[in-house]
Design a protein around this ligand. Sequence first.
Ligand SMILES: Cc1cc2nc3c(=O)[nH]c(=O)nc-3n(C[C@H](O)[C@H](O)[C@H](O)COP(=O)(O)OP(=O)(O)OC[C@H]3O[C@@H](n4cnc5c(N)ncnc54)[C@H](O)[C@@H]3O)c2cc1C
Length: 493
Amino acid sequence: MPIGEREGVTKQTSRQDRPVPWPGRSPGATQWGIVSQPQARIVIIGGGPGGYEAALVAAQLGAAVTIIERDGLGGACVLTDCVPSKTLIATSGLMTALEGSAALGLQAGATRATVDAPRLYARVRALARAQSADVSARLCAEGVEVISGTARLAGPRTVSIGDREITADAVLVATGAQPRVLLGAEPDGDRVLTWRQLYDLQELPPQLIVVGSGVTGAEFAGAYQALGSQVTLVSSRQHVLPHEDTDAAVVMEEVFRRRGMTVLGRSRATEVRRTGSGVSVILQDGRTVRGSHCLLTVGMVPSTSGLGLTECGVTVDKHGFIPVDRVSRTSLPGVYAAGDCTGVLMLASVAAMQGRIAMWHALGEAVQPLRLSHVAATIFTEPEIATVGITEQDVESGEAEAVVVKLPLATNARAKMQGFRDGFIKLFARRSGGTVLGGVVVAPRASELILGVSLAVEQMLTVDQVAHTFAVYPSLSGSLTEAARRLMRPSSP
Ligand SMILES: Cc1cc2nc3c(=O)[nH]c(=O)nc-3n(C[C@H](O)[C@H](O)[C@H](O)COP(=O)(O)OP(=O)(O)OC[C@H]3O[C@@H](n4cnc5c(N)ncnc54)[C@H](O)[C@@H]3O)c2cc1C
């Protein structure tokens, strides 16, 4: 399994007991208001969520902050990955809703709604640019110096950009990651594509072959099927979403097939060839799948080469990731790293939190180390799959002593009114004491519903406390309190 994909990597080192390398503090930032030290200087390489959120925290604490970005503020997150894909999915979600509108009593129009691809892609690109401009304006307003260019470490606390060198009290590396390329399936930006090249197309791919059934593959396969492409999803594993909750993955695969997608399980792609008018994907067992376009979603590799890291003494692992501890320290004092380049958990929210934690730590603030067990994540398929806390695998392997309940949403009154039946709420609670340890929500807007479970996990609420919380009737969140009620135990006599 390649290190990469968003679901892939959870490797944490624990070096929290090392001495703090530089407890710098900026004027006015102490609780006593004593201006006794020179202003701290922070340099950040990379303007994605790992970098820009860190810059905002450091500026708020009074440091002089420089951020260097080569492509555009907001990073790949805003310009090519998270924001564009979720914008595309906003449109595909509407198409799915329209598909189901007749069942809800709407008179279907004479023709099915179709997608105006150039307009859709123009909207995606414009929204990404606007979001990047918002990030830029915010950094400017906070007094952060922004340099456009490619930076590298020139010394333990020195960063170079072209001829210029900046020495800092602390450096943050937040350079992100890029799509992994398979030998024999090199993208050409025309028919063989990474997700970063989709928005330059002039048309909706008529027959799209998606290689890779992890989070990114599943999101794009579902979206393009809804938009009107005929999608074939090539999965090397038995099921789609192999690293996710199995019940959720089964629901998603059923939905995909019902909507007309071809899902090829246990089918490893070995080569992608251009043909006259399209592409052929060659599978390991000799079969060939033909389509108009191929989208490769086979993981990510960290953007850490050429940064001068090892030359300066920053440890980089064999895959190119920068190992960090839970306060984002690398092996070199004064150098921190955050986000996808660390491979900790490839999510924007985690990148941002790692960046903030790095700055709180570097600037001598009290800091709560990163807690991966509390990270909420969503797969933006239709229905969405949102998770937080422990997993069913943790329970089955005995790693967590927990009880589990799963409530299908098909019996929820609100779900019936809205006309959907695919989905469930699953809750995990500690066997002794009933503390909520995690949950899975498969539902439309599960990304919003999961907050209730996240709050319970973060605040260590028990199922009794959740069960006694009012939920609106009728609502999907009513199934969450109902799940908690099912896990309540009678108090002992
Ligand atoms: C298709 C897709 C959808 C996603 N959807 C979601 C989602 O819905 N929710 C979620 O939480 N996460 C999502 N993610 C993950 C999320 O995009 C990443 O976790 C996030 O972008 C990581 O932020 P980062 O700051 O580490 O890196 P990036 O956002 O990649 O930013 C790094 C920046 O560093 C710059 N850089 C690199 N090297 C240098 C250098 N030498 N000098 C100057 N600048 C440099 C790059 O140009 C880049 O702009 C998605 C990912 C993909 C691929």
